[in-house]
Design a protein around this ligand. Structure first.
Ligand SMILES: N[C@@H](CCC(=O)N[C@@H](CS)C(=O)NCC(=O)O)C(=O)O
Length: 217
């Protein structure tokens, strides 16, 4: 059965690969699994039918038959466990790849998202500008640590994995991208991820939601 995911009907970035269905689309493309997409409006995301799938009223969700899942990281892990190509066979390497998935979502992403929250929700506060260097400092610290660990390697731990997929996806967020010039090896890492044919197919599919349905004029 073809899995169905949910994605924004109307996205703040107009489908530039930042909404979190991007990682799920990319994972599907890496493993060659076709998928359907159900577009949801912001209002629908807060309705009981969607909340039953995603308790926080967000996208993406994943449905296959009677099975449903939420959280992009968990969905990518589910896809990676069901198909070859995103997790190594060797148990230790597999555990380390999963650790990088968690690192992307729970250690690197939060400091980046903090900046987005600060800009969009707290930008008008008197203390907002004063706080900015602290937020950027925390992002820079994480990027520096990641840069040291990556060193001259192509991927974080041997072959490309779901850990790299989520990490590249997180580093593509504007607040990280803005600092990547200071970390050439991370900039190269992101470029390698974006150059993967599966990334391009996923990116184009998300963008097509907005270009194909763009209002005339
Ligand atoms: N940790 C969640 C975050 C999901 C999330 O923040 N989704 C955003 C789109 S990228 C969303 O639905 N935002 C609308 C809202 O929170 O109301 C995941 O990775 O799936």
């Amino acid at each position: 059965m073809t899995p169905t995911i949910t994605a924004f009907e109307s996205s703040p970035d107009r489908g530039r690969g930042l909404a979190r269905d991007m990682a799920v689309r990319w994972a599907f493309e890496e493993v060659g699994q076709p998928y359907d997409v159900r577009l949801v409006s912001f209002a629908e995301m807060k309705q009981p039918a969607h909340l039953a799938l995603q308790p926080f009223g967000q996208i993406p969700t994943y449905e296959e038959g009677g099975f449903a899942l939420f959280e992009s990281g968990a969905i990518v892990l589910h896809i990676a466990e069901q198909h070859a190509g995103l997790l190594p066979d060797d148990a230790d390497s597999r555990a380390r790849a999963i650790a990088w998935m968690f690192a992307a979502k729970s250690t690197v992403e939060p400091v980046i998202v903090e900046n987005e929250v600060a800009k969009f929700l707290e930008g008008d506060k008197s203390w907002s500008e004063e706080r900015q260097p602290l937020i950027n400092g925390r992002i820079r610290d994480r990027l520096r640590q990641l840069s040291v660990r990556l060193g001259g390697a192509e991927w974080l731990d041997g072959q490309f994995s779901a850990g790299d997929l989520l990490m590249v996806n997180v580093l593509r967020r504007p607040s990280a991208l803005a600092l990547l010039g200071e970390f050439p090896n991370l900039a190269g890492y992101v470029a390698r991820g974006e150059a993967r044919p599966a990334f391009k197919r996923a990116f184009d599919a998300q963008l097509a939601v907005f270009t194909d349905h763009a209002p005339a004029g």
